[in-house]
Design a protein around this ligand. Structure first.
Ligand SMILES: [Zn+2]
Length: 382
């Protein structure tokens, strides 16, 4: 049966754009940035401690920062240090060439990826509640997030009758199944909301942008063709193999128990090993990845057309210079700005005061805010 197709169109203005920081995912188990390095270095996770990646990073940080039980350097300083060396092409002696330092950086990114993926509790859900509210509202909303985890996307419950996620990047999952279908698991096929989509029983469907400014744990990036494969519900990284794996099923003599083998996850176009696509925090931040730069311009456009911007759990970290600029330059002076955060100190107040004269603060957890009727009426337009 041929389904009718609809072309989903965005309105020129957005009723609300939500800006999520780490505090928004915290309730669903995602660790805060400041807890990542202590976790990685402390030795409490045996998988990290026993992996080559773990040993390499622990040795590097101990040598140059002297981490102990009472003190751990911030991730921003470690990445700032590494990025300084790389950008100045400066080595640390014969055993640590610039290429080796680059390798330590990649190892640390993979350990962060592993640590966050391991702690996220799929299925619990403040984000589930959030999407229920979106479903009942105008649905003319957008999301910009600095979080790597995929908890928000996994909780998305509007597909297929009420909404489609638009990641604002061309995923490999949209392409030519006849050519690549052997490599791209049908489970990962995805509908491109920027092309006509199948109509479901005449319901009104909204495209909703989720712009993941710092990348995502379930994006696999190919450094050769610069394309991204989305692997929903699969954020795992294998530390021993230093990369992503997928599972291949072989039919054995018993059809009920096929043989399952892990294999390296490679790009279906050119066979190159997939890489992570997350932008770590750093005091020296050079954003050169083409996917990330295009998401930044997309976020600028989305913020510019927002009538209300709601910040949830964003702490204005000092390392986020690029975000400060993005917000300052693009939020309209006439936009209403609402901040939801369980702890709002003077530093945060000051940060927000630089982006808009009139900011409303709600000092509460996101889960409580989603039960505050007065606030809900303000942020979810009917
Ligand atoms: Zn490729």
């Amino acid at each position: 049966m041929n389904a009718k197709h609809l072309f989903l169109k965005y309105k020129p203005e957005r009723d609300v754009v939500f800006f999520f920081g780490a505090g928004a995912s915290y309730a669903d188990g995602a660790p805060l940035q400041q807890d990542l390095l202590p976790y990685i270095l402390s030795g409490q996770d045996k998988t990290i401690a026993e992996s080559g990646l773990g040993a390499e990073v622990v040795e590097f940080v101990r040598e140059y920062f002297g981490a102990g039980e009472l003190y751990y350097p911030s991730l921003e300083s470690v990445f700032g240090f590494i990025d300084y060396l790389i950008s100045h092409r400066e080595s640390l002696g014969k055993d640590l060439s610039v290429a080796k330092i680059q390798g330590v950086r990649e190892s640390l990114v993979k350990l962060i990826h592993y640590t966050i993926a391991r702690h996220c509790k799929s299925g619990t859900s403040v984000y589930g509640k959030f999407w229920n509210n979106v479903r009942l509202s105008s649905r003319n909303v957008g999301v910009v997030t600095t979080n790597y985890d995929s908890l928000l996307d996994e909780a998305f419950s509007l597909f297929p009758d009420a909404g489609y996620i638009d990641y604002c990047l061309h995923l490999m999952n949209y392409d030519q199944y006849e050519t690549y279908h052997r490599e791209i698991d049908p489970f990962n096929w995805w509908i491109n909301p920027r092309e006509p989509v199948p109509e479901w029983g005449g319901s009104v469907v909204s495209p909703i942008k989720i712009i993941k400014l710092h990348g995502s744990l379930d994006w696999k990036y190919c450094g050769c063709c610069a394309q991204v494969l989305l692997t929903p519900w699969n954020s795992e990284i294998d530390l021993d193999r230093r990369g992503f794996i997928r599972y291949e099923y072989y039919e054995g003599p018993d059809p009920h128990s096929p043989d399952i083998q892990p294999v390296e996850f490679t790009c279906p176009i050119d066979g190159v090993r997939f890489d992570t696509l997350i932008v770590p925090p750093s005091h020296v931040k050079e954003i050169t990845n083409p996917v990330i730069s295009s998401l930044r311009s997309e976020a600028a456009r989305e913020l510019r057309c927002a009538n209300t911007v709601v910040f949830v759990g964003y702490s204005f970290p000092d390392a986020d210079v690029h975000i400060r600029l993005l917000l300052k330059k693009n939020i309209k002076p006439s936009a209403k700005v609402i901040v939801i955060d369980p702890v709002i100190d003077d530093r945060k107040r000051l940060g927000y005061s630089t982006i808009n004269d009139d900011v409303e603060f709600y000092e509460e957890a996101f889960s409580d805010a989603l039960e505050n009727e007065v606030l809900l009426a303000k942020i979810f337009p009917a």
